[in-house]
Design a protein around this ligand. Structure first.
Ligand SMILES: C[S@@+](CC[C@H](N)C(=O)[O-])C[C@H]1O[C@@H](n2cnc3c(N)ncnc32)[C@H](O)[C@@H]1O
Length: 247
């Protein structure tokens, strides 16, 4: 178990800083999410006890998007954010982009018509295209986070919004330990049950290795040039929402 797998200098209740294998090559990341795709919707609801959809609805409401917004749902998976946008904005459009075709097929089955298979660092869109870029549980998976955020900024219109919802580690050490144990135990349970491999869903906990804190991501967004960067957290800091505006 990775909790015992600390290096000298790591605080108790932290994960090791080494990078999960999937993040070391886009092919491995693709293989991983291909495997996850058939179970993805079920597991995200099970992990969050159904709260995930509510966090996403709340996030979209906070972004205050115009009725006719053109939105990019980046690392869309099965297209949750796109579905919320299409329901909420009568004249809006949402383009779902993901590295994995299997995820996009599911998004299409959910009624998301505009889809594209692409890597976050080379988005096939002109600069200043989107009124908003929404990223649900995506940033954590990107090997070069800064390059990804620069690309997100490039395709966002001036005055447009970037919104990210993701997992983080709670600041409080006891809560952090409980949260990591929860993510591992729950992940191993569903991974074994659905895919015969605990590892399939313990990746969530492992992908938090070396990922930023809520405050560090806020600073990075500011440093990259986003303005009005706001954040809020859910479940004692285990989930974080960031909203930022391209100047
Ligand atoms: C945890 S899922 C999130 C799905 C969805 N956004 C949600 O909120 O439930 C992460 C998604 O990121 C995609 N992904 C991983 N690396 C990517 C990359 N470099 N470029 C684009 N998508 C990527 C995966 O294929 C996967 O569908």
């Amino acid at each position: 178990m990775l909790l015992n797998d600390r290096r000298p200098g790591d605080e108790p209740g932290t994960l090791t800083k080494s990078i999960p294998t999937e993040k070391q090559h886009p092919r491995l990341m693709r293989d991983y999410f291909r495997r996850v795709a058939p179970h993805y919707d079920f597991v995200s609801r099970a992990f969050s006890y159904g709260m995930d959809r509510r966090w996403k609805e709340d996030a979209v409401a906070r972004a205050l998007l115009p009725d006719n917004a053109l939105v990019l749902d980046l690392a869309s998976g099965s297209g949750d954010f796109s579905q919320i946008i299409l329901k909420r904005l009568p004249h809006g459009r949402s383009v779902a982009v993901d590295l994995v075709e299997e995820m996009l097929h599911i998004a299409r089955e959910h009624g998301v018509k505009e889809i594209a298979c692409a890597d976050v660092t080379t988005l096939p869109f002109a600069s200043d295209s989107f009124a908003a870029v929404l990223i649900g549980y995506g940033l954590r998976n990107f090997p070069d986070l800064e390059a990804a955020i620069l690309e997100i900024k490039r395709v966002t219109r001036p005055g447009g919004r970037m919104l990210s919802l993701d997992f983080f580690l709670p600041k409080n050490r006891i809560l952090r330990l409980i949260y990591i144990a929860y993510l591992y135990a729950n992940g191993a349970f569903w991974g074994t049950l659905l895919d015969g491999r605990p590892r399939t869903f313990t990746y969530i906990a492992e992908s938090l290795r070396g990922f930023l804190s809520i405050e560090e991501l806020t600073s990075l967004l500011r440093r990259i040039g986003f303005a009005q960067v706001e954040s809020r957290s859910y479940v004692f800091g285990g989930i974080g929402l960031h909203l930022a505006t391209k100047q």
